[in-house]
Ligand binder design. Sequence first.
Ligand code: GLN
Ligand code: ZN
Length: 773
Amino acid sequence: MSSSASSLKSTILGFPRMGSDRQLKKLVEGFWAGKITEDELADGSKKLRAEHWELQKSYGLTEVPTGDFSYYDHVLDAAYAVGIVPERYQALDKKNGLQAYFAMARGLQDKSIGVDVPSLEMKKWFDTNYHFMVPEIADNQQFSLHSTKTIDEFKEAKALGFSARPVVLGPVTLLTLSKPAKDSSSKPLDHLSRLIPVYFEVLSQLAAAGAEWVQIDEPVLALDLDASVFKPAFEQAYGEFAKIEGLKYLLTSYFDRLGDNLGWAAALPVDGIHLDLVRGGSDIDAALKLVPADKIVSAGLINGRNIWKANLDKQLAVLNKVISARSSAAPVWISSSCSLLHSPHSLKPEVGHLDEETLGWLSFAEEKIEEVVILAAAAIDRSKVEQQLKDNAAKVLSRQESERITRPAVQQRLSALDKAFYSRQAPFAERQHVQRASLKLPLFPTTTIGSFPQTAEVRKARAQFRKGALSASQYKEFLDVETRKCIEWQDEAGLDVLVHGEFERTDMVEFFGENLEGFVFTKKGWVQSYGSRCVKPPVIFGDVSRPKPMTVDVARFAQSCSPNKPVKGMLTGPVTILQWSFVRDDQPRSKTAGQIALAIRDEVVDLEAAGIKVIQVDEPAIREGLPLRKADYDAYLKWSVDVFRLATTGVKNETQIHSHFCYSDFNEIFTAIKGLDADVITIENSKSDLKLLGALEVHGYAAEIGPGLYDIHSPRVPSVEEMKARFAALQKYVPAENLWANPDCGLKTRGWAEVKEALVNLVAVARDARSKQ
Ligand code: GLN
Ligand code: ZN
């Protein structure tokens, strides 16, 4: 053991904010609804922070992070704190700062005070499912210390007696994640010199309040950066910060390797460097050489992004490697790979809900803290935690050996596939020909993306069924009535390819997870998605298979309600199921996706056999699975295209395969989208300033396509005129015989009244276009 081990510090980079029972969600939503006052919101939040620090300390962490708490989003907090408040919110901000903060987060429409402002744009935080608010920087942007949240929360923890380390989102990351304000042309990073003094002030106040270490998060270091721009930017900022007497900085980055950035990042004038040794493990040898001997290394060994128990022996070996390479002058810290924001709060509520065995494989935020502490203790004196290490090894082994996890039949089926499983019988042009003859659709066919309004009535029936207040047959009867009404309405409205409405599904991933083997569902495994919204991702623990058909009955029934028009079968694709779940880490994601693809393939084939002529396999999340580093793009795109093809190519040429994409800018992956070889794609378009059209122009698209004609996120009914204009623009890029008319996405969050009006208008647009041909 190196002498530095005795001074190991154990900590985490951040803790989930919501609370064990999503208390923060309730507080914030209660405040929005006017049920609690601003003071009550502040008091409840303060209590929650104290509880979370206490919990971390109770496990024995030597230091707790502060400032990781947020009412809505930490990027918005960081922007707000330095006065990045776009002009449209400024008047409100002068009157009521909190109201302006929430207006930036979620928009505000309040006639009584004459305010009607939309929110800032929302984006995914790196490759996680957490969304942040995108700050806007104007050409004449002024920065000033606008909120003392960071300082206040540090003082709060200190007053309660915690050994605390404030967390600050670094200035380079803050600006890199920002976008120029409307009509501004300067790059956000060009404003760095004027932002640095405000950070300097915050850091000085933290020093004055007694902070010893500050954690500065700069996760952009995990991206491909142009060193000629970013190296000087970092040197300028951190060179300034180093002038503050008595304050030490831990520079963190996570979610991927530092890679090329490591050389210059390690040389920055900071006092410690955090390494994500879970996702950026390949940095280790270079980092141990390049990080100067007088800097501490924070070893991020416990995965903050998944829910599996760590293999402590394995991580201990990595930790020992780090410790023996470091000098005793600069001790090693042991930490989570990233903030635990992306893990559910605690396993405790799952006791009695999940079976013992599965429970033994999992670790949520609370348990991850325990793992950090055990690792730190083991590095100092293994004998003190021998029992815990043994227990951990037993659980890890039980997962490796469980017959519930590895099912030879599933594994063999996947490994036995040959090339034929990945392509349709004939190329698209030929398929298009036979599909036309068989489907007899008009020019500019109209369709929707799948779901229709999930009304209070639909949700109530589902809840009653789950409680047992409705029997299975009563519930089925209810669903049949809803489905029939929905089909009949679509037919009357003049839509051409109908959908059953998805009334039986709460969520497009949960529905399939519940019907497939290899998944479990937690009771309270919530993680924050954006603001007060949390999601409860299914857990894929083992080999995935389909015990029986999942959607065939519903599809057959729906088709029986529509004697003259095709009804689309509706499935979720393998990449999206993977992306929105917690995925097993004992085999490559591509392999798990392949297993899901085979299950979907069987469903597709069964739907075809049941007389369904059009089948849609949704892949809205295909873009968000893209790795952070460009060098890793190709491998991901290759397997994600492969699994989609595996799922969809088992059908005859006559059967029309659709896919649907949304939530992102698809230009970067357009080549991959072509590679999916779907017959028709529908794609979100109306909000992206017709960016999609640029991609169509650059890359061309030979198959059929329906770029969305209106945004479904708003209750606003699009007029015939505005959709006509959009449709006319599309016709310049897409040959008439390949163009579909449809909304941007599913309609489940909308009300029937607006849906009906909007779709009637959409049909009118298609009819008008047909009449002009
Ligand atoms: N078929 C799904 C629906 O309409 C697609 C949802 C999505 O793309 N997110 O709800
Ligand atoms: Zn969508």
